[in-house]
Design a protein. Sequence first.
Length: 486
Amino acid sequence: MECLALPVLPAETDGGSVVLGPGADEASEALGVDLLGVLEGMAATGRAGEITRVPVLVGEWRLVLLVGVGDLSSTSFRRAGAALARAVKDRASVATSIASIAPPAEFRAFVIGTMLGSFEFHWRSEGAKARPVPRVVLAGLDESPTHRDELRLALALGGAGWRSRLLATVPSNLKNPAWLADQAVEMAAPAGLAVRVWDEKELAEQGFGGILGVGRASATPPRLIQVSYEPSAEHGSDLRHVVLVGKGITFDSGGLSIKPAQGMATMKRDMTGGAVVLATMAALADVGCRVRVTGLVAAAENAVGGDALRPGDVITHFGGRTSEVNNTDAEGRLVLADAMAYAVAELEPDVLVDVATLTGAMKVALGLQTGGLFANDEVLAQRLLECGDAAGEPLWRMPLAADYEEKLESKVADADNAAGGPGAITAALFLQHFTGGLPWAHLDIASVGDSTSDRHEWTEGPTGFGPRLLLDWLGQAEPLAAVGAR
Ligand code: BES
Ligand code: MN
Ligand code: ZN
């Protein structure tokens, strides 16, 4: 069935009437329905994402959806898009004038919301429970380059969000480190990226003791995945270089410091940081990124076995720094440390950003709707906070409080991997030792990695939080400007 969706704006004055957007008068007339009267009868408010369904008979039944667009902000348009996408699942198509009343950034948000609200993943033998609408017609747009550019951007950002969510949703009986590396190889060619993958033998030869240690009890050995993006030559040769590092734990059982069953339930998606890095890399060309970007994913399964790391073991990271593994469940920092040390030693980055579902403490601190940001650089922190707000992936800055540094001390190694509370902060302090003093930001997305319900553009389950904010940032990054200024 074909659907029509029209925007509803809240009343301008207290007690006034909601306002219907473009196309409403024509539709009311053609369909013989007083749409405004329906809204009043339903006590519609026009708040973002509110949906009023009006079935009409015009030869055959058609569905008219009246969609609240709230205060006309990006957030409201994103939510309106997501609500519309949910309301038109299993329909053949929807035509809407909503996009035509949105300025460029809000237009982009609407399209992204529509894409992500449609997200579905299933392996049901009898087919999907519901199918995303295959066709969305954006009516009333002019043919301006702005709209075309914004649409291209929206498809890149929405697509990256979809991809990271999809990777995080795949179950761990399929998604092992080698599989993740294959995904990187597969997405690299069409996105114009170079890929390099280290297998367990190469990791051992080159001293990646963190990745190897965490991955050693698994039947599926670890990988380090490197994906590289070079902007086109017209931007010059001495470009800034951003390195993104993602935690790619394809399943986190906790290792010998094993998790209780409930804590393990969502751990197939402990590679969300890695998925975010891959999805971001694949979309860099589409957002016209003008800086060099290298993505690293430290992929390992944190399993239990006779060969597993024991509490108290000491491992040596890439470059020689050592960690006492007092809790094998604090594995994310061990694999990230190797990748970060490698980046600093070999890749000459100007900026480092790591993304990881790192600590349960982040959930306690920020709840489930806000990601944690740690940064040693004011300019970088500010940019990421702004991009997070604009993209609908909000971050809150946490302190790299030096007073807790003493908690990391170990009698037998450079650091203890399980320094304890405040857990998100001590984890960030642990990582800071692997930044070589470069401008660095750490996104602890454990808080936002999983949604407990369908909510705005999130669907229940893995959220894939991060690529929209990173692409917003990298798409606008100046090729030669200092990225950080401390
Ligand atoms: N992957 C977990 C963190 C996590 C918890 C992500 C809940 C998403 C939801 C991480 O590897 C972990 O287990 N961290 C421990 C660290 C502790 C042992 C120092 C934690 O947060 O409990
Ligand atoms: Mn863990
Ligand atoms: Zn983990």
